[in-house]
Ligand binder design. Structure first.
Ligand SMILES: CC(C)(COP(=O)(O)OP(=O)(O)OC[C@H]1O[C@@H](n2cnc3c(N)ncnc32)[C@H](O)[C@@H]1OP(=O)(O)O)[C@@H](O)C(=O)NCCC(=O)NCCS
Length: 185
């Protein structure tokens, strides 16, 4: 299996664009401005404190994309980076992928992440011929859990203490969509 991704147009204001090293400065700035917001639920903020760390992340994204293991795209709102979404990882053997995402505080509540997840799920089924997409969210992260629920993903269960978040474990809710059930909402 193999795929190439560059840009996925969603609507008049939104598109997903494959991240590369040229995004290091604006991406780091966005992360830095949103450190407190993102740190509540994402485990990597303390390892990303300099633009060089973002560059390193982007480099590893490129290697993983070249090896077709993962991919990360910027969510662009009228051209500006608003957040990141991707498949991490893609399990080609089982035709399954997990979606991960974040968006900057100032873009929350506009349905942008719902639209981005919907577009990426359609892309997974139509372009990559995957069979299953899942989204895992900390049980306390209600905003995030609302996204797969809103898109009709099925709640499958809870992985106990599945993620270490700086100083404590969190449980993760698992939501999935199968190709046969996706109506492309
Ligand atoms: C989780 C996160 C991505 C959710 O972002 P969000 O902006 O709230 O999500 P959406 O883009 O789907 O927005 C949903 C809201 O937009 C509203 N909305 C507006 N237009 C909409 C549309 N066309 N479609 C869907 N929702 C729409 C919804 O009513 C909803 O509002 P509500 O929160 O008041 O109920 C964001 O809070 C975040 O990045 N948090 C930090 C990192 C994180 O938790 N990542 C996920 C780890 S699993």
């Amino acid at each position: 299996m193999g795929f190439t991704f560059s840009t996925l147009h969603i609507d008049n204001e939104l598109e997903l664009r494959l991240l590369d090293e040229s995004d290091a400065e604006p991406l780091f700035r966005l992360v830095d401005e949103n450190r407190k917001h993102l740190r509540e639920w994402l485990p990597w903020l303390d390892h990303n404190t300099r633009v060089e760390d973002t560059m390193q992340f982007l480099h590893s994204c490129r290697v993983q994309y070249d090896n077709q293991i993962c991919f990360n795209a910027s969510i662009r709102h009228n051209g500006a980076i608003a957040g990141v979404i991707g498949f991490h990882p893609i399990d080609w053997q089982n035709r399954s992928a997990m979606i991960g995402y974040w968006i900057a505080k100032q873009y929350e509540g506009k349905g942008m992440m719902t639209r981005a997840c919907s577009a990426l799920t359609t892309y997974a089924f139509k372009n990559l011929s995957l069979n299953r997409v899942d989204i895992r969210c900390a049980t306390g992260n209600a905003r995030s859990c609302a996204i797969p629920k809103r898109l009709g993903f099925r709640f499958e269960g809870t992985l106990r203490q599945a993620e270490w978040l700086y100083d404590h474990f969190v449980d993760l809710h698992v939501y999935s969509m199968l190709a046969k059930d996706w109506s492309g909402t």
